[in-house]
Design a binder for this molecule. Structure first.
Ligand SMILES: [Zn+2]
Length: 376
């Protein structure tokens, strides 16, 4: 990861670079920043920079053997500790090392991910991931080894506030007597949840929320956003890149649902089975969560159409495009079919959740809706 890939936070970048130039790198630093401010991204970029063998003005080179391994998050002197919990693959004694593959994928995909997103990566939505005492034992083991290739061994601890209380004394001991040329970079969203003894042994670097200009530049270059949409995401996410990505995901999915719903209803209306089969193949690919969200959207559209029919259209919350479609579609949703249609969609949602065969389910549902649309 390059400094240039870290959004905004220019003052922090400059001061970290300066500390390396002046040979005044503090061996234990705590990056404190709210969600979406980029503390993890910064820690990785800093570690890559410090280990780079051919540092450029303001960034690492990206070409030396160290940078190449860093960019794959696979440098032998780069270690990560992060919250984990047991899951299907690791039924007991979870520790970071056992989840390294998922970690690399998740971080490469989005170094601004939230703890909730990480939970989903691990398939542990209903558990609380923590940093276990086993991890601290691992730290001691790893740091007692000589560095493999770099001058520095770097230990990045993500979400340090999730450190399990029995693990804290061990970490503290290492921070008190660190092996030479070891750099600890701890990141946290909330320094108040970090025990005082750890706070007093680390240099605290406070991250601000991202400024609008940096956020705007990052979003428009990466997601091709512009105009009102860009403005909306920037203003609504108030300096939180993670939230901005959530909003974009949400609006992309919403748009997808609407477009596909229109297609689907037209196919059902024409009873075009061949087109239906092709369409079902596409919907089968998007995964269960997205399929559920699609059905939810269909339910919402049916509800809104009914409200338009009953003359309470002004209550409905639709975009201009959705409203245009709903006005044309609403005559087909009426007292003769609306209950059956809602029931069929609810049943489909229920069965998708229970792993039903999506192709059979959607074909049955499509044929059913075709019949219902004929009931004027
Ligand atoms: Zn380099």
């Amino acid at each position: 990861m390059f400094f240039s890939e870290v959004i905004g936070q220019e003052t922090i970048k400059r001061s970290l670079i300066k500390s390396v130039k002046n040979n005044r790198v503090s061996h234990a630093q705590l990056f404190v920043g709210a969600e979406g401010s980029g503390s993890l991204a910064m820690a990785i970029a800093f570690a890559q920079y410090i280990s780079c063998e051919d540092k450029r003005e303001g960034d690492s080179c990206g070409k030396c053997p160290s940078c190449v391994k860093y960019m794959a998050l696979a440098h032998p002197d780069l270690h990560f500790i992060f919250p984990v919990a047991t899951n299907k693959e690791v039924p007991k004694n979870p520790r970071s090392d056992l989840f390294m593959k998922q970690w690399r994928t998740a971080v490469k995909d989005n170094p601004y991910m939230s703890l909730g997103q990480w939970h989903r990566y691990l398939g542990i939505e209903n558990k609380q991931a923590i940093i276990n005492v086993e991890d601290c034992n691992e730290i001691i083991k790893k740091l007692s080894l000589k560095t493999f290739e770099s001058e520095y061994k770097v230990m990045i601890i993500w979400k340090a506030e999730r450190l399990f209380h029995s693990a804290a004394p061990k970490l503290l001991k290492i921070l008190e007597e660190p092996p030479p040329k070891t750099l600890f970079l701890l990141t946290t969203e909330n320094s108040e949840q970090i025990i005082q003894t750890i706070l007093s042994r680390t240099q605290i670097v406070r991250f601000k929320k991202l400024d609008y200009e940096s956020l705007e530049a990052a979003l428009s270059s990466k997601y091709n956003l512009e105009g009102d949409k860009l403005n909306y995401v920037v203003k609504t996410s108030v300096g939180n890149y993670t939230e901005a990505l959530r909003l974009i995901d949400h609006s992309i999915i919403k748009e997808f649902n609407f477009i596909e719903f229109q297609k689907w209803m037209r196919m059902c209306f024409r009873k075009d089975v061949i087109k239906m089969m092709e369409w079902i193949d596409e919907i089968a690919k998007i995964g269960r969560e997205r399929q559920k969200s699609f059905i939810e959207h269909a339910l919402q559209m049916v509800r809104e159409c009914l409200m338009i029919n009953y003359g309470v259209g002004q209550l409905v919350v639709l975009t201009v495009e959705e409203r245009k479609f709903a006005n044309n579609f609403s005559p087909f949703v009426n007292q003769n079919n609306c209950i059956a249609m809602t029931e069929a969609l609810n049943k489909a949602y229920f069965n998708i959740e229970r792993n039903a065969n999506i192709r059979i389910l959607l074909l049955d549902l499509s044929i059913l809706i075709s019949e219902m649309l004929k009931k004027r």
